[in-house]
Design a protein around this ligand. Structure first.
Ligand SMILES: [Zn+2]
Length: 244
């Protein structure tokens, strides 16, 4: 059957001399693998349509048993050039795309990823957008941490740290035996707020320090601990933001 599908291009892998296997996110099928024949030839009309992070309409013969679907025709709907050319956007989207490919195996992420892309392009606080998306991924797997009190004893005050393993805040009394790093109030507040917030309340987040890489690092570590998922592209992100 000839299917017309709109997809986000999330990953490209070279295959044979001229072909490329593309992994893409679609509303209908979640993650699908596409064979783009001749994409590496200079004359390829498909290369433009399959640039990373493009939103593209494709025609394929979708057979549910097939692992890889050959693309017959493709045209760009929105190239999302900014995601490749702006370094903040590139560093962030590379990691988010890699995580999305992995989480989309078990969760429907098309709507959330679409929202992420539009927020990232239009908002100035780029790390806030990334952090909101990472918190969403944690919640999808039921790993939203306890941020209304100490995860060990439920004490509401004197919070000084975060245990990623236990999944929540830690108070100064419990930390006398846990010996976790002590965080400043701004980071603790930001960690709480990011798990309560969503893209809808972006404008209300300006009073909190949620646009910081320290928060991103905690969220990426939490994803690694709880879902066992880490990304190759986060290396570039770490290098990029530690130099700023
Ligand atoms: Zn405690």
């Amino acid at each position: 059957m000839n299917n017309s599908v709109n997809v986000f291009v999330l990953k490209q892998t070279d295959y044979r001399e001229h072909d490329v296997i593309v992994q893409a996110l679609s509303k209908e099928y979640g993650v699908i693998s596409l064979m783009v024949k001749g994409m590496k030839k200079q004359t390829s009309k498909l290369a433009y349509a399959f640039q990373l992070f493009s939103y593209t309409n494709i025609n394929i013969d979708y057979v549910s048993n097939d692992k890889i679907h050959t693309v017959k025709h493709a045209s760009v709907i929105d190239s999302h050039r900014m995601l490749r050319e702006d370094l903040d956007c590139l560093a962030i989207t590379s990691v988010v795309a890699e995580l999305t490919l992995k989480f989309a195996q078990s969760h429907d992420l098309f709507v959330e990823f679409t929202r992420f892309v539009s927020e990232l392009e239009n908002r100035s606080q780029k790390l806030t957008i990334m952090n909101l998306y990472l918190a969403k991924l944690l919640s999808l797997e039921g790993n939203t941490p306890m941020v209304d009190g100490c995860v060990m004893c439920n004490h509401q005050k004197d919070i000084v740290s975060i245990s990623l393993e236990e999944g929540g805040f830690v108070c100064q009394y419990c930390n006398q035996t846990m010996h976790l790093p002590v965080y400043n109030v701004e980071l603790l507040q930001a960690y709480r707020v990011i798990h309560k917030a969503s893209f809808d309340v972006y404008d209300k987040l300006e009073n909190y320090e949620v646009n910081q890489f320290s928060l991103t690092r905690l969220l990426l570590d939490a994803l690694k601990i709880h879902s066992g998922i880490s990304t190759k592209s986060s290396r570039f992100l770490y290098e990029y933001y530690s130099q700023r």
